[in-house]
Design a protein around this ligand. Structure first.
Ligand SMILES: *[C@@H]1O[C@H](CO)[C@@H](O)[C@H](O)[C@H]1NC(C)=O
Ligand SMILES: *[C@@H]1O[C@H](CO)[C@@H](O)[C@H](O)[C@H]1NC(C)=O
Ligand SMILES: *[C@@H]1O[C@H](CO)[C@@H](O)[C@H](O)[C@H]1NC(C)=O
Ligand SMILES: *[C@@H]1O[C@H](CO)[C@@H](O)[C@H](O)[C@H]1NC(C)=O
Ligand SMILES: *[C@@H]1O[C@H](CO)[C@@H](O)[C@H](O)[C@H]1NC(C)=O
Ligand SMILES: *[C@@H]1O[C@H](CO)[C@@H](O)[C@H](O)[C@H]1NC(C)=O
Ligand SMILES: *[C@@H]1O[C@H](CO)[C@@H](O)[C@H](O)[C@H]1NC(C)=O
Ligand SMILES: *[C@@H]1O[C@H](CO)[C@@H](O)[C@H](O)[C@H]1NC(C)=O
Ligand SMILES: *[C@@H]1O[C@H](CO)[C@@H](O)[C@H](O)[C@H]1NC(C)=O
Ligand SMILES: *[C@@H]1O[C@H](CO)[C@@H](O)[C@H](O)[C@H]1NC(C)=O
Ligand SMILES: *[C@@H]1O[C@H](CO)[C@@H](O)[C@H](O)[C@H]1NC(C)=O
Ligand SMILES: CC(=O)N[C@H]1CO[C@H](CO)[C@@H](O)[C@@H]1O
Length: 668
């Protein structure tokens, strides 16, 4: 069929009008980013969860009693009777922000209120919200008293901004005969505040396996929901107050990367360990990361200690989070090459590295004094993960010092940190390695716990490199913890078998690094695939954690008050598949600041027939693709001319290449 020219022009005009309406639809007064279009467009766009507009309406209505769909949402009017328990509005995916609607009351009552309750998981729909406030009181519902008015418009107050939900239950409290008609229910999305086009990703991923594509995009979308205006964090409401308050200051700038969409809505810097690489390869938003790092480094103690979380919390009791902040600093600089940031924060960075180095004891390993951690139970001050993290911090610190020799004392720091890393690596093997078990112990004197965190980090951080015979034993040990839903994490599972997609994200990188990509891919499909396809989840994000029996009660016995509704369903620390599918399955990775140097090392051609990915730095666009056809593999790449790459295909010799386009065809 050919479209008549005038109709085509009309369609084009209509499209342009829609585009024009969305332009500059940033969050309120935030300064709008200038990027309006994605860096890469193609058939993968259909997997991108991000809404086309900052203003979204619900998609379907559900029955509150059984969660069954009762029809599509219609802006013209939904009648809610006081005699019913309420109606559930399903936005179809995780969203967050400020809800508004027009209401019209039918009934003579002078004492009517409209209630709003929000949940991420479908199994908590009802007249109260899932919990987020951090105290012992319930979040309950927002109640809006009509005070005798019959008609009007309602907009949620700013302090009641709801950062993460998929389901909104609305109900009417009034005489049983009354009803209210709601029109134009509208959500103004508050996340990714500086983006005029929420779909303008700087990266992409696309493969022959749809499940992997969807999982990649669920991680990317999670990071968007975690990038928020700096004045929409959770107020430090403790004790037993009910309700919630999301109007606290959490960090500088217009957009800040925090831990979770619903909660805690604070910068938790350990949570950035996985989130930052995933944000870089997908949305490409590094501004939110920079502001999160500022919130931490700006609040460093004079002795060098970094807080584990940003304002308003600012507690300084975690050496492992201190180390994650140092590693996060490196990641930010690696991906952006932001010299201004590096120059400004170098003295604080050095102070931070040397502070934690001073905690190395006479065994040559870290003896933590700030004992708080990611949620695991705490067994010993000599926990292996702290030394693994320090190893990574020292290696990456010496990279920064080597890349930027003009920084104060760069060469002295480089040689000191390199020497310290080498010594630490030896001490780690001496004190944590258990040859009979083929895995690292929790602490030197503990032969009953072989933690997922330290063992995953040993591989991901190359404490053992791929050629070390011990590396494959660690990879094999990690597999012994697997279930069909993911690995049981021993260090958090003292009482309840629990799965941590955060630590499992590090495990993914570990198996890839030691040449067991099939293990990483199986984990991605099982664990993340299970969550994404769970009808009670958001089906659009990655969750903080869950139990091995397939329910939500992550950490119920470890600070979460046995309240499974407190769990976050959109947590950036669980987005490991997003970075690892790009950086290891496709194998395209930045190895020098801003991508001046990069590598292309596809992990395997046996798992997917095709995989491709791209991302963008200040130097331009990077992309790579492999395709297996009839026994032949064709690998292609395209990178900025000013760069230099290292290309190595599985089982082949590597080669240095100049930036630009290139390709290789090999027999499989
Ligand atoms: C936006 O408005 C808020 C509230 O009025 C104010 O605190 C904030 O500083 C403003 N931000 C910018 C970038 O103007
Ligand atoms: C208002 O309620 C009355 C009594 O229940 C009903 O007959 C009438 O149709 C309702 N009107 C509207 C506009 O819903
Ligand atoms: C108004 O309704 C609320 C909730 O049903 C009730 O607690 C309150 O007593 C009522 N007030 C009046 C004046 O009827
Ligand atoms: C979803 O939640 C409902 C209600 O709690 C439960 O009956 C059902 O088994 C859950 N489904 C899955 C797949 O967990
Ligand atoms: C009713 O009064 C409450 C408390 O003053 C206020 O918050 C609310 O906005 C009022 N509702 C309307 C419709 O004016
Ligand atoms: C909340 O805490 C306050 C202060 O400790 C106490 O007086 C009050 O009874 C508590 N309320 C509930 C509902 O527990
Ligand atoms: C760890 O540090 C604490 C506090 O400084 C100290 O009391 C303890 O002896 C140290 N333990 C080891 C094994 O170094
Ligand atoms: C490097 O280590 C040496 C020996 O411990 C020390 O004297 C020197 O101050 C260190 N340099 C820096 C820049 O910290
Ligand atoms: C190991 O030693 C630490 C003190 O250094 C102690 O707290 C811990 O209980 C010991 N663990 C075991 C399993 O003996
Ligand atoms: C899952 O495990 C939790 C914690 O032990 C328990 O409370 C819950 O009842 C279990 N649920 C199912 C469906 O087995
Ligand atoms: C597949 O490869 C074989 C052997 O190289 C060749 O003979 C055959 O023509 C190829 N088939 C297609 C469809 O390209
Ligand atoms: C006490 C202190 O230095 N607070 C700082 C913490 O970090 C934020 C964000 O950078 C600053 O605004 C505060 O001044």
């Amino acid at each position: 069929m050919t479209i008549p020219t005038n109709l085509a022009a009309l369609l084009w005009l209509a499209g342009a009008a829609i585009a024009a309406q969305n332009v500059n639809a940033c969050w309120r007064n935030s300064t709008c980013d200038r990027i309006l279009e994605p860096s890469f467009t193609g058939p993968w766009d259909k997997f991108n969860f991000a809404p086309r507009s900052r203003f979204v309406a619900p998609q379907t209505l559900l029955s509150l009693s059984d969660g069954a769909s009762v029809g599509n949402y219609c802006a013209d009017g939904t009648i809610i009777k006081a005699s019913s328990t309420g109606t559930v509005f399903d936005f179809g995916l995780e969203v967050g922000g400020i809800v508004s609607f027009d209401y019209s009351l039918n009934g003579s009552t002078t004492n009517a209120s409209i209630g709003l309750a929000f949940t991420e998981a479908k199994d908590y729909i009802g007249r109260k919200s899932d919990n987020s406030n951090g105290g012992t009181g319930q979040d309950t519902a927002l109640l809006f008293a009509l005070n005798g008015t019959q008609k009007g418009q309602y907009t949620m107050p700013d302090v009641s901004l709801r950062g993460g939900f998929r389901y909104l239950t609305i109900f009417l409290i009034a005489d049983d005969s009354a009803s209210v008609t709601l029109r134009n229910i509208n959500l103004e999305i508050s996340f990714q505040p500086t983006w005029p086009n929420l779909r303008a990703y700087r990266g992409y991923f696309f493969s022959s396996e749809e499940l992997l594509d969807k999982i990649w995009y669920s991680g990317a979308y999670t990071l968007q929901t975690n990038s928020v205006p700096g004045n929409t964090g959770r107020a430090n409401v403790q004790a037993n107050r009910t309700g919630w308050n999301n109007a606290a200051y959490i960090g500088p700038g217009d957009t800040v990367l925090l831990d979770g969409a619903k909660r805690d809505r604070w910068v938790w810097i350990g949570d950035m360990g996985v989130a930052v690489p995933s944000a870089f390869v997908s949305t490409g938003d590094m501004e939110s990361t920079k502001n999160a790092l500022r919130a931490i480094f700006d609040n460093q103690s004079a002795d060098g200690t970094l807080p584990k979380a940003g304002p308003p919390y600012l507690s300084k009791d975690s050496d492992t989070y201190h180390l994650w902040a140092i590693i996060g600093f490196y990641n930010y600089y690696l991906y952006t090459g932001d010299e201004v940031f590096l120059q400004n924060y170098w003295p604080k960075y050095v102070l931070g590295v040397n502070k934690i180095l001073s905690k190395v004891n006479n065994k040559g390993i870290v003896n933590v004094t700030g004992t708080a951690d990611w949620g695991r139970w705490l067994y010993s001050t000599e926990r292996g993960s702290a030394s693994m993290l320090l190893y990574r911090a020292l290696v990456t610190g010496s990279h920064i010092a080597g890349w930027s020799p003009d920084l104060t004392d760069a060469s002295a720091h480089k040689s000191n940190w390199t020497a310290a890393a080498t010594a630490l690596q030896k001490s780690i093997i001496e004190h944590f390695w258990d040859e009979s078990r083929g895995a690292f112990k929790e602490s030197p004197n503990n032969t009953s716990l072989y933690p997922q965190d330290a063992n995953s980090m040993a591989l991901a951080f190359e404490v053992l490199n791929a050629s070390d015979h011990r590396a494959d034993r660690v990879s094999a040990y990690l597999v012994t913890n697997w279930t069909p839903l993911g690995p049981i994490n021993p260090e958090v599972s003292a009482n309840v078998s629990t799965i941590s997609p955060f630590i499992t994200s590090i495990e993914l990188e570990g198996h890839f690094k030691v040449g067991r990509p099939e293990r990483s891919l199986e984990l991605i499909r099982n664990a993340w695939g299970w969550y994404l396809n769970n009808p009670n989840g958001t089906q659009s994000t990655v969750s903080e954690g869950y139990l091995a029996n397939g329910t939500w009660g992550y950490r119920g016995d470890r600070g979460y008050r046995n309240d499974p509704s407190y769990v976050s369903h959109a947590h950036g620390w669980s987005s490991g598949p997003t970075s690892t599918l790009t950086e290891y399955l496709v194998g395209l990775r930045v190895t020098g600041p801003k991508g001046l140097k990069w590598e292309l090392k596809p992990a395997t051609f046996d798992e997917t027939e095709r995989a491709e990915a791209g991302f963008t730095t200040g130097l331009g666009k990077f992309s790579a693709k492999f395709e297996v056809k009839n026994g032949t593999v064709r690998v292609r790449w395209d990178t900025p001319y000013s760069t230099e790459g290292y290309v190595q295909l599985p089982g082949q010799k590597g080669m240095v290449v100049k930036g630009g386009k290139g390709s290789i065809v090999i027999r499989k």
